[in-house]
Design a protein around this ligand. Sequence first.
Ligand code: N0T
Length: 515
Amino acid sequence: AVFTLVSPAFAEDMPAFVKQGDRFTLMVDGKPFFMMATQLHNSSAWPTQLDKAWPAALALSPNVIQAPVYWEQFEPRPGVYDTTNVDALIAKARATHVRLTLLWFGTWKNGEMHYVPEWMQADRKTYPRMLNERDEPVSVLSPNVRSNVEADKRAFAALMRHLKKVDGEQHTVIVVQVENEPGAIGSVRDFGAEAQSQFNGAVPQAVLDKLSLKPGTWREVFGPDADEAFGAWSTARYINEVAAAGKAVYPLPLYVNTWLRYKDKKYPGIDYPSGGATFNVFDIWRSVSPAIDFIGTDIYTSDAGEYRKVLDQYARADNPSWVSETGFDANTAPFLYYVLDRGGVGFSTFGIDNVATSEAHLAAAKAHGDNYTLLAPIQDLLGQALLDKRVKASVEEPGRGRQSLDFGAWQVDLSYGPPPWGELPAIVPNSKDGLGRALVIQLDEATYLISGVDVRFEFKRVTKDGLYGRLARVEEGAYDKGVWKPTRWLNGDETDYGINFRKDQKLLRVTLGTY
Ligand code: N0T
């Protein structure tokens, strides 16, 4: 395979973000890698908390744990760095054989500045906050003044230098998220003097080129959307500088996550942080962020249709599908399959390390854990198949009880909530709880790995060459060190009316034949 390296690698096993055709992947240990991740709560990445948080995360069988690095803790005094927390995370991950994505809680955290070091927060003169339209400071550093970006660059580069030193061989840390849900709550953009003079200037050529627009000032080019467009450009340019400073030291893949502009949300700075990589300003972001490999989506909805819409907006020729956070809820477990169907790079649940007291938490842990447990033994095979476009998946949606997946000569018909045996009713109802899903990995033209929940699979041969299709063999089994070990063959009632999956997630290997 021919890879285009998007992030440069200096060692063969350096994690890298690559593109093959129109698909992206992370290369980890020289192999395509799909992140089955889970994220610690905001205040859990302290050495004192890890013994409690880690087992809760590991219970899901993730291959990646996401954990924050707090700027306020990392740089307690200007230019003095405290690596205690980050070192504890790396040690814990190594001891338990998972990879890490570190989240740089720097200038931005959820559209505010709560992780900026105390010595900066107290010195508004040197490190100016954004001003709103009434000239009042809001709780976000200005992205338009030099001193702020320089301070963040210096700290982030120090973090990356430390990672290179302690992890440059082993690569426990495979990816770093730069900032967290950037943008501003409290103002659509900065109205301070420096920002104002930039706003009155010409829109940069890179932005005009990417959006095919004619030159002019921000107001002339973007009209009523100029404030938000300028906010997005300012934020993206700033974070790109931070990312570039880190990459120059240690070139790990870097991404930015996004607080989305949810359905019916209109007002930037009120309904969502203004200036983040929301879909309406995505092209502006991409035009000025070459050091940021990809943009993630934090998806806090369990509406399947809306979830799918968001993923379709962000899976583009210049960006892979990546759910950087999703609500830790049993209802969001099927949505991993949307990402698989889009050949994405990963999926992560947020806030895993709740004390498991509630029914809801236990149900969520089981639902997401079942997904990851199913896929963990085939993660290498899955990573390669995603990159080669041999994976298709489906998620049950209200009113879409029947779906099909296209594999050229073969079509896979899916029906959600089928009877376990016997003909389908004329109208296929949805399953009882609506959490059905289906996954197909093509091994070769005649061999498929399948799995699902509350779904019936029927393979149909659709090529018009006079041949009919049949199930040659359906094997239950498991992969053991990359080798398929069948435990039994399914036939008779188990296959006469399609291959039916209920709640227990298992892998079947289907061999197709003709006659
Ligand atoms: C997320 C998380 C954490 C219409 C919230 C979500 C995490 C941050 N923010 O638990 O704070 O660090 O990235 C914002 C969700 C907005 C939902 C709007 C629903």
